[in-house]
Design a protein around this ligand. Structure first.
Ligand code: RI2
Length: 300
């Protein structure tokens, strides 16, 4: 069990860090949101129900696309909006955080086993879950190497290449537009997910669908590493996943481009047809089984 990643941070600090992406990655923002609820629960001011409901509203406004955050809140509050107790919130938060870490360990193992010695794995953005699987394969003594995209505009690929290099795994950085050119060298694509819809579509960092399209063309399997709390029950009832649009200034200084519209959508949807499998803590599934995972979630 890891130490507390968010020690000393309260609700507002966590919400601001999620918004600014200082705390980022769908798994981490889910754990951070859970931690923030615990911090609110133990405060000795006002009504507990009110504090928790306000905290939930604040957290939900931070980043709209990753359902992991909403599912963390749902897990902690058991889908209620009243009759909370401090002990219940504390216990549920600790359980969620523990489950998140242990899901990561299982995903590492199941995802890592699918990688063979000699494989080149291409990854996009920075997914803690995808990288855990790659590290597991490396720890098993497999000789592998990684190609990582830069992942404009926030360049989370820099985090990935540093993490791989520090771990000793041979890694090559490429610009996003080099993916199709490099795909002939690739044996597997490993990515994470922010949300998985009931039809098996994977919503992940912008550009993931282009990577998957290139992989599909080259018959390279695409593996998505995602915990079950990244499946969206709302999509089973017809809701569409909101794609977060961030500040155009993350791309360029708009003042330098007068008269130009600048769009900064930060996620896209990869259709299930372009995904070979989803590695969850419960096992490796076909994306077409997403609805079954969601149905199971609804029982709990
Ligand atoms: P893990 C990230 O979102 C990336 O899209 C990444 O692939 C996904 O979350 C899953 O990450 P962002 O916060 O949960 O960088 O696997 O926008 O760490």
């Amino acid at each position: 069990m890891k130490g507390n990643e968010f020690a000393g941070l309260g609700l507002e600090e966590i919400a601001e860090k999620i918004e600014s992406m200082e705390i980022r990655g769908a798994a981490k923002i889910a754990r951070a949101a859970a931690h923030a609820l615990k911090e609110e629960a133990v405060k000795d001011e006002g009504e507990l129900d009110e504090r928790i409901n306000e905290a939930i509203e604040r957290l939900k406004r931070t980043r709209p696309t990753a359902v992991s955050l909403q599912n963390a809140i749902r897990f902690v509050t058991m889908n209620k909006n009243s009759d909370f107790t401090v002990d219940m919130i504390k216990e549920r938060v600790d359980t969620f955080i523990k489950k998140s870490h242990s899901a990561g360990e299982k995903i590492a193992e199941y995802g890592g086993k699918r990688i063979s010695s000699g494989n080149t794995i291409l990854t996009h953005c920075n997914s803690s879950m995808a990288l855990k699987a790659i590290k597991y394969a490396w720890d098993e003594g497999k000789e592998i190497d990684v190609i990582a995209t830069e992942s404009r505009p926030k360049k989370q690929g820099y985090i990935t290449v540093r993490e791989m290099a520090e771990y000793g795994i041979p890694v090559t950085l490429i610009v996003d537009s080099a993916v199709r050119y490099k795909m002939t060298d690739v044996d597997h694509v490993y990515v994470g997910a922010d949300t998985i819809a009931s039809n098996g579509a994977v919503i992940n960092k912008i550009g993931t669908s282009q990577v998957a399209l290139c992989a599909h063309e080259a018959r390279v399997p695409v593996t998505v590493c995602a915990e079950t709390y990244k499946f969206s029950r709302e999509t089973a009832f017809g809701d569409l996943v909101e794609i977060e649009e961030r500040d155009p200034e993350e791309i360029v200084d708009p003042d330098e481009f007068p008269g130009v519209k600048i769009n900064n959508p930060v996620f896209d949807a990869t259709p299930a047809d372009y995904v070979d499998c989803v590695v969850t803590e419960e096992g490796v599934i076909s994306p077409s089984e997403s609805y079954r995972v969601i149905k199971e979630m609804m029982k709990g």
